[in-house]
Design a binder for this molecule. Structure first.
Ligand SMILES: C[S@@+](CC[C@H](N)C(=O)[O-])C[C@H]1O[C@@H](n2cnc3c(N)ncnc32)[C@H](O)[C@@H]1O
Length: 225
């Protein structure tokens, strides 16, 4: 079974599964680290059933929700169909269906450990980010729970924070840092392989902006003239 087939299959029950894995702390921490401003545009990459997307819309942002799984995006649509500030796009990590420099923020929650090449996935996130924008990644610290690979299609058993920081820097971001979310991701093997408890980190970095002076006020914008 491919990763896409796995997520297509679990899409109808993903919200319930996710609630068992981690609480709202990861989303709250990601949104607070991003320092989001209402009216701006965010991309939620590996959006799944819309956990982060929903939080961002509640903060007044427009969101482009990208996922390889149409079934996952359908799960979001069925919950949030009353909102017109979400743009749903099926796409892959290596070629996100978003133009260069189109969004103010990129979020990726519990997505990076599923992609084939984390550095390439991060480079794609940076490509779609406007100058002055911020990437925020929440994911698991490095661990040894093999059953997450075999049962939940994880490709990577979490990450060393210094590797994620290096990939963000190599992709051209500045002000790169990682921090603890203060929350663990918990999972129980369905095949008797035990249970996992893994700490969650938040990593972020900024795309260097043009600095402008408008009306005597210095601002960080991407569209300075
Ligand atoms: C563990 S789920 C997390 C979903 C959501 N971010 C959340 O926090 O609930 C990972 C999501 O990433 C998507 N995904 C995995 N690999 C992908 C890839 N290579 N390209 C696009 N989406 C991918 C999956 O389809 C799935 O919806």
């Amino acid at each position: 079974m491919s990763s896409k087939e796995y997520f297509d299959e679990v899409a109808p029950r993903w919200d319930e599964m996710r609630e068992g894995f981690f609480s709202d702390a990861a989303r709250q921490k990601a949104i607070s680290v991003a320092e989001v401003r209402p009216g701006r545009v965010a991309a939620d990459i590996g959006a799944g059933s819309g956990y982060v997307t929903q939080g961002l819309v509640q903060q007044g942002l427009s969101v482009i929700a990208v996922d390889q799984s149409e079934a996952m995006l359908d799960a979001t649509r069925s919950k949030l169909s009353h909102l017109d500030s979400i743009d749903y796009r099926v796409g892959q990590a290596e070629s996100l269906p978003i133009a260069d420099q189109a969004v103010d923020y990129v979020f990726a929650n519990m997505y990076l450990h599923h992609v084939e090449s984390p550095p390439n996935a991060i480079a794609e996130m940076v490509r779609i980010l406007k100058p002055g924008g911020r990437v925020v990644i929440t994911d698991m610290d490095e661990h040894t729970f093999e059953f997450l690979r075999t049962e939940q299609h994880d490709r990577w058993l979490g990450f060393k924070r210094q590797d994620v920081e290096r990939w963000l820097l190599e992709a051209g971001l500045a002000q790169v840092a990682t921090d603890c979310v203060g929350e663990d991701c918990c999972a129980q093997s369905e095949l008797g392989a035990g249970s996992a408890r893994v700490s969650i980190f938040v990593a972020h970095g900024d795309k260097v902006a043009v600095s402008c002076v408008a009306d005597g006020t210095e601002d960080m914008r991407s569209d300075c003239t």
